[in-house]
Design a protein around this ligand. Structure first.
Ligand SMILES: [Zn+2]
Length: 209
């Protein structure tokens, strides 16, 4: 099969990036069409199960993972990668919209976009992860830590100075990054985020022996 996820077009707005994607004819359209492949993704990043996911019946992505669109899984992988860089603000959100006016395999993936290079890089990495997962796994297994590190370095090399952090959203999905900051999101429309990740203080106190 060809590319499982074809990223056809990317539109960058002031707050969101939207990627028009198409799932290959021979690729699974739903996660339960290749549960082995879906399990490979889960084993790589089980944290996606803890994502809040208000689009489907459940409250977290755990309830959706076993039977949802592969495009939706693609979105959650992207959100997870962005979140792990720590560069996406405290809340990362996304949304998957089927574009049925085109066909049943075309979707718009809309993600919070603090940095278009970061989001585009995450989408590309997520497509690669799905390619690996749904073509039998095998070696090399995607290294999530290495991907996240690569994305982080990419962004930092591209813009040291820019400070863009408008991530409040009433979108369909929320990921609360509690590992770096304690944020309680009671309602999606009532979120403030702070991006103070650029503050690096090197204090080298040298004590004489
Ligand atoms: Zn979701």
């Amino acid at each position: 099969m060809g590319q499982i996820i074809e990223i056809q077009k990317v539109t960058v707005g002031p707050r969101y990036l939207t990627a028009r994607i198409r799932v290959d004819e021979e690729a699974p359209l739903f996660t339960n069409e290749d549960l082995e492949g879906t399990t490979r993704v889960y084993n790589l990043m089980p944290q996606i199960c803890d994502h809040a996911c208000f689009g489907d019946a459940g409250k977290t992505f755990r309830d959706a993972l076993h039977a949802t669109e592969v495009a939706h899984l693609f979105e959650h992988i992207s959100v997870e990668l962005i979140a792990r860089t720590g560069l996406g603000g405290t809340i990362s959100t996304g949304r998957t919209t089927p574009i049925t006016s085109v066909d049943t395999r075309t979707f718009d993936i809309t993600l919070d976009c603090p940095d278009d290079a970061l989001v585009a890089g995450a989408l590309s990495s997520a497509a690669w992860i799905l390619q690996w997962a749904y073509t039998g796994g095998g070696n090399p297994e995607p290294g999530i830590d290495a991907i996240v590190e690569g994305l982080t370095m990419l962004v930092k090399s591209l813009d040291d100075a820019s400070e863009s952090g408008n991530n409040s959203s009433e979108d369909a999905e929320l990921l609360n990054q509690t590992d770096s900051k304690n944020v309680t999101a009671n309602s999606a429309s009532d979120i403030t985020t702070s991006t103070d990740d650029a503050t690096a203080i090197a204090s080298n106190t040298v004590d004489g022996e």
